[in-house]
Design a protein around this ligand. Structure first.
Ligand code: GTP
Ligand code: MG
Length: 172
């Protein structure tokens, strides 16, 4: 188990936006149509080679359900990267990034210098899309976040999202 860098990255966002599916796609290249809601916190490890540097990435997958919120917030500390996930077909999950998740992270993480990314997931569902690219992008920019559109289902830009985040962490 040798590596040059060890980073902790966190996935947050409402229940059923696809956090666990993004992690499963990224670490095992798998997708399950039927999933169970995450209880508390889970994590998976992935090694990346970026520019000749070996990075050990631990990705912490938190529960979106409200009843786990005090528990999951205790895992925020020490993260170098935070991924805010919403579901492009459910507008309230986008609004909750500002209403809930950005606030939670500000309160519990004490990591002003963590790299933040907004991930707009489920872009394969184009016909029922409820939040546009322009809107998602503007929100991310206004909050100092990177922005990537993904589909865990058909594997659009999932690896790219994590790699872009790690690249930015390496640069800061
Ligand atoms: P919690 O653990 O409750 O916080 O939810 P979660 O954000 O981890 O959601 P999860 O990954 O369990 O996915 C919820 C549902 O969305 C599942 O039925 C998935 O199959 C579906 N899903 C996830 N990603 C995608 C995607 O990119 N496209 C489509 N069409 N469905 C997706
Ligand atoms: Mg989950």
């Amino acid at each position: 188990d040798s590596y040059d860098y060890l980073f902790k990255v966190l996935l947050v966002g409402d229940s059923a936006v696809g956090k666990s599916c993004l992690l499963m796609r990224f670490t095992a290249d798998r997708f399950d149509e039927v999933t169970t809601s995450t209880i508390g916190v889970d994590f998976r490890v992935k090694y990346l080679n970026l520019g000749g540097r070996r990075v050990k990435l631990t990705v912490w997958d938190t529960a979106g359900q409200e009843r786990f919120r005090t528990l999951t917030s205790s895992y925020y500390r020490g993260a170098q990267g935070i991924i805010f996930v919403y579901d492009v077909t459910r507008r309230e999950t986008f609004e909750d990034l500002e209403r809930i998740w950005m606030k939670e992270v500000d309160i519990y993480s004490n990591i002003e210098d963590a790299v933040k990314m907004v991930v707009a997931n489920k872009v394969d569902l184009a016909s029922t899309r409820a939040v546009s690219t322009e809107e998602g992008h503007a929100f991310a920019r206004d909050n100092g976040c990177l922005y990537v559109e993904t589909s865990a289902k058909v594997n659009i830009a999932v690896g790219q999202a994590f790699e872009e985040l790690v690249q930015k962490i390496l640069e800061t």
